[in-house]
Design a protein around this ligand. Structure first.
Ligand code: FE2
Ligand code: FE2
Length: 190
């Protein structure tokens, strides 16, 4: 059980770092004139905040207490600032971060939660993991467009408020990640 709580805390820290990093990447992309890429970074930053909220709720329900976020969410702001490179490199970094999360981190956290029968944690890890796969795909699409010198269309971006799934253009009838209805999608306002 304690290992599962530790993993939830680690996941919150990781998501929090990603949330900050993507904001910094968004600023950089805007400076470089890549406004659509900037918008995607900001939108996905918001989506990571939903994962934090879900993991936190899981800790609260499992332990029947409210954890002190400051005791384990220690963001190294200088390190995060140092990680900002060119927008192309930032997209590659983002893809690699998301890939690490869905291929390694969340996979192992899900295994531990399952082994310990902590369903609430397993559920929250699973939702986040599947959203990270989608985030990674979106970053990859934009990287490809950037590399091919294609214009990136100014599409509306919708975020599922339940699971942090991000959809371009229009919200689906049902979220493919968490199965919640369209009403749970919120249009992202940059
Ligand atoms: Fe993500
Ligand atoms: Fe969803």
């Amino acid at each position: 059980m304690s290992a599962v709580i530790e993993n939830l805390k680690e996941a919150i820290l990781g998501e929090s770092n990603a949330e900050i990093k993507y904001r910094l990447f968004a600023e950089k992309a805007a400076k470089e004139g890549f406004h659509e890429i900037s918008k995607l970074f900001n939108a996905i930053s918001n989506a990571e905040a939903i994962h934090i909220k879900n993991h936190l709720k899981a800790i609260e329900k499992i332990t029947d207490s409210s954890p002190d976020l400051n005791s384990f969410v220690k963001n190294d702001t200088n390190e995060l600032k140092k990680s900002v490179k060119s927008t192309r490199e930032n997209l590659i970094q983002a893809i690699s971060g998301e890939t690490f999360e869905f291929k390694k981190m969340y996979k192992s956290y899900i295994k531990t939660a399952k082994k310990n029968d902590v369903y609430l944690a397993e559920f929250s890890f699973n939702l986040a993991r599947k959203a990270e796969i989608i985030h990674s795909k979106l970053f990859s699409e934009y990287l490809k467009k950037l590399d091919n010198n294609e214009t990136i269309k100014d599409l509306d971006i919708y975020i599922c408020q339940i699971c942090g799934n991000v959809e371009l253009g229009a919200p689906p009838k049902v979220c493919p990640n968490c199965n919640h209805e369209q009403i749970f999608f919120k249009k992202f306002l940059n």
